[in-house]
Each structure stands twice: as C-alpha cells, then as structure tokens.
Design a protein around this ligand. Structure first.
Ligand SMILES: C[S@@+](CC[C@H](N)C(=O)[O-])C[C@H]1O[C@@H](n2cnc3c(N)ncnc32)[C@H](O)[C@@H]1O
Length: 217
C-alpha cells in the first residue's frame, strides 16, 4: 500500500509566514500579502538554503518571497525562518515557480529576482523543467520593473552557456558584468551571501558562474 506523506502541521507563526498561490491571486499586488509597503524581491528554488532569510534580515525595508516546490524543503525553510527570528518582511510560497510566477505577479512588479543553482534537472527528459532557459528567463524579465536586478548563479557550464544565449536575446536585460557573459566570483563580495549548494560546489573545486543583469526601461 502506498503511504502518502501528510503535510506537517504548521505552527501559527509558520502559517502566518506562508503565502499561498490563492493569496497572490486575490491580492493583485503581491506586496499586499505582507501588509507592509516595500519593494519585492523573489528567490526561486530556495531549497533549504538561508540566502533569502539572511537577505530579509539585512534589508528590513524591503519585502522578500522565497518559492520552493518541494514541500519538505519549504517546511524546513519555515522552521529556519523562525529560528533566525526573521521578521514579517519575509514570506515563503510552496509552489511550482513556472505557473506561479506567470500567473501571480503583475508585469513590472518585482524589484529583483534570485535564481541560485535552481536546476536539479541533469537528465535530458527533464530539460523542459529547467529554469535557466529562454521561456522562464523571458518571463522573469517581463515581471521585473525598470532598473530591477536579476542575479543568477550556476555551477553547471552547460546551464551557464544556455542561460547566456537566452539572455542575449532578451533585450530588456542589460548585463552588468562589463562585457563578460558572467563573472567567476561575486560582484560585491562584502554583501555576498553564499548558498548551501554554492558552498558545496566550491568545496568540490567547481567553477561558479555569476550573472548580474538589470532591467532597462
Ligand atoms: C539545487 S537546489 C539549490 C537550492 C539553493 N538555492 C542553494 O543554492 O543551495 C534547487 C532547488 O530549486 C527547486 N526548484 C527547481 N525548480 C523549481 C520550480 N519550478 N519551482 C520551485 N522550486 C524549484 C528545487 O526543488 C530545489 O530545492
């Protein structure tokens, strides 16, 4: 008999931190789900990494939303947010980002997006799920408002090449890496928050590709 995994019962404060797709639908402006004013930054594919939590603590004046499709990791993120005492400028969404980003955010509404090692899809038959490809990057570009930032990190050379080729076609995104397709190290080391996968790949001696882009008007 197959045993279905039941969702863990969330505590009251974890529930208050959860944003549902429905909440985003009902509130034309995602920032209304926070009951706070501020620019909205999105991280897609948080895994169980603390980058977006850390960023929310460093930038209390802005709003942060992390999206993760795996329920267990999403629940771990909620727990971590409580442990780090994150404020209500940090919310988490359990969803597949492909439809969620398309349907839940108005065009030109985001101040920034992080795609940090988002693609656990090495098999060719899963290639359509990859986020670092033209369709998803174009969607993100549409959701960014003028002057908003997009940061991408990946260890995989093939994903980096694919992302670079896709980004060249998106005229609304301007590369901030001085003519290089990507950088080999963070653009602003002092403010850089390393992720779990980044640490793991660095320890394995892998090269990391850092992309920094800005939405033009
Ligand atoms: C390789 S992990 C990286 C986690 C973290 N960003 C880090 O750097 O340590 C990629 C994560 O992205 C999530 N992910 C991939 N595609 C996604 C999608 N379409 N929607 C939401 N999450 C996604 C996966 O479930 C996984 O947890």
């Amino acid at each position: 008999m197959t045993r279905l995994r039941r969702h863990r019962r969330l505590t009251a404060s974890e529930s208050a931190r959860e944003v549902r797709v429905q909440d985003l639908f009902e509130n034309a402006e995602a920032s209304r789900c926070f009951d706070l004013a501020g620019d909205l930054w999105l991280e897609v594919g948080t895994g169980k990494d603390s980058h977006i939590l850390e960023r929310s603590l460093r930038h209390p004046e802005t709003l942060h939303l992390g999206i993760e499709q795996t329920r267990k990791k999403f629940e771990m993120m909620l727990r971590k947010a409580e442990m780090l005492n994150c404020s209500n400028n940090l919310k988490l969404l359990h969803a597949d980002a492909i439809p969620a980003v398309s349907e839940c955010f108005p065009d030109e509404s985001l101040a920034g997006v992080f795609l940090l090692f988002p693609d656990p899809w090495p098999k060719e038959r899963h290639a359509h799920r990859r986020l670092l490809q033209s369709s998803f990057l174009s969607l993100i570009a549409r959701k960014l408002r003028p002057d908003a930032l997009l940061e991408i990190r990946t260890d995989e050379p093939e994903y980096a090449r694919q992302a670079h080729e896709a980004l060249l076609e998106i005229k609304a995104l301007q590369n901030l890496t001085g003519g290089k397709p990507w950088l080999d190290s963070p653009i602003d080391p002092e403010n850089h928050v390393e992720t779990l996968f980044e640490q793991r790949f660095r320890n394995e001696g892998k090269a990391i590709h850092y992309f920094y882009l800005k939405k033009t008007n």
